[in-house]
Every structure is written in C-alpha cells, then in structure tokens.
Design a protein around this ligand. Structure first.
Ligand SMILES: [Mn+2]
Length: 231
C-alpha cells in the first residue's frame, strides 16, 4: 500500500500509533510531506525512526528548511562535516524566529544532546529530503508537495532558494487547478479550511494536516484504498 502523511511536528506517539494501526510493513511505502519536526514533543525520535526505514520517503517542509539553516549556523562544528551548500549568510532573524516562534527550540535542544556523529547524520538526512514528487497509484497521478506550487514543473532557471520557498505557500483552494494530477499537500491545518481536524479529499486535492500539534489529530491517508486513518 502507498500511504501519505504530513506535519507530524514531533508527534512521535501518534506517528507510531498510525504505523501500527495500518500494520505498516516492508511491502508498503510512506511518503512524508514535510514538517516532521518542531512544535511537538519529540522531533528527533520521528527523524530517527524515519531515517532507518528504506520505504519512508521524506519531502521537505518549511520547518526542515529553517532547521537546516539554523543548525548549520548555530553549531559551527558541523560545518566541516556536512556536505550541503548554504547560500544565506545573514539569517540571524530567521534563527531567532525559528527558536522562539516556530517551535524550533525543542528540536535544537534535542539536537544538542545527540553525539556529534548522529548530529551529522540528522543534518545529512534532512538535506536529502526531496522538494516534490509525482507518483502513479492505480492509474491516477498524485503530485506530492509540502505546500502550494505555482506550477508543478520545476523551473531550472530558478535559484535553489526560490525553489524551496515556493513549496511553502499555503494552498489557495479557490483557484486550485493542477491538470497534471491530484495535488497532495500539508502545511495548512485543515481546521482552518473546513473547521474539522480531518483530511480533506476532493477531485483535485488531498489536504493532510489535521493539526496534530494544535491538539487536533495526526492523519494518514492510503492512496490505494482511499482510506483515512487518525491518531
Ligand atoms: Mn509547513
């Protein structure tokens, strides 16, 4: 089975409960559509579980993007060890914002407690998260991304920085139209769209973020059976 989930935000217990609920095994694939970390209680445990599973495919969200930059600058010892290029020099306000407003402090504290070899492993793992993915399931095309995209096609003339930030817009459901397939996103809690902590499924869109870190639910959706699961 092919499953999608988003915005785990450190809610490790609910993440484990969902995998157990669907009897997730080596024959299955889980796409994680970003914002695995920050705000919730146990971000590092989520990452440490995901990175050990070959059949969990991570996509990047704005929280991984912020963490990559902030941790790179806050932890000078990692700079010699990690192999991702960093293009922003002056990000002090971004770091302050991540730590104080975006729930990065608990992620940072947990990161500092890891042995340095594991810190490097986590950063390289975060850097491996893909921007977006197009998959086919039972004859249907699904476009997976953390957030809204102006176009699903990647424009090679764009700076990498722009390519990242484009993925982190909130979907505009009024004007949504992707002829290439059904857009699957997180980022925007569904309670702010429908008033309910439930996965939204339409002809064109699947919105997954059921506000786990807000006291809502963590949602998991099976693209094969079109079934939603919650924890
Ligand atoms: Mn987000």
């Amino acid at each position: 089975m092919i499953y999608v989930i988003s915005d785990i935000h450190g809610c490790y217990a609910q993440y484990c409960a969902l995998l157990e609920k669907v009897h997730f095994n080596n024959q299955d694939t889980l796409y994680v559509l970003g914002d695995t970390i920050d705000r919730g209680p146990n971000s590092m445990a989520v990452l440490q579980d995901m990175c050990q599973r070959q059949n969990v495919i991570p996509l990047i969200g704005d929280h991984e993007y912020m963490a990559l930059q902030a941790l790179y600058h806050l932890c000078p010892w990692v700079k010699k060890e990690v192999n991702y290029p960093f293009w922003r020099e002056n990000i002090q306000s971004g770091i302050t914002c991540w730590l104080n407003l975006d729930g990065g402090k608990s992620t940072y504290d947990a990161f500092l407690k890891l042995p340095r070899s594991q810190q490097i492993g986590i950063l390289n793992y975060l850097w491996s998260f893909q921007l977006a993915k197009r998959i086919r399931v039972n004859g249907e095309t699904f476009l997976l991304s953390h957030g809204w995209l102006s176009s699903f096609a990647q424009d090679p003339s764009k700076h990498p920085y722009q390519l990242f930030e484009e993925r982190f817009q909130s979907p505009d459901f009024e004007t949504l139209h992707y002829p290439e397939g059904i857009l699957v996103v997180g980022h925007q809690p569904t309670r702010f769209l429908s008033g309910l902590d439930e996965i939204i499924v339409t002809d064109q869109l699947i919105a997954l973020d059921c506000g786990a870190y807000l006291g809502g639910k963590l949602g998991l959706y099976c693209l094969d059976t079109k079934t939603a699961y919650y924890a």
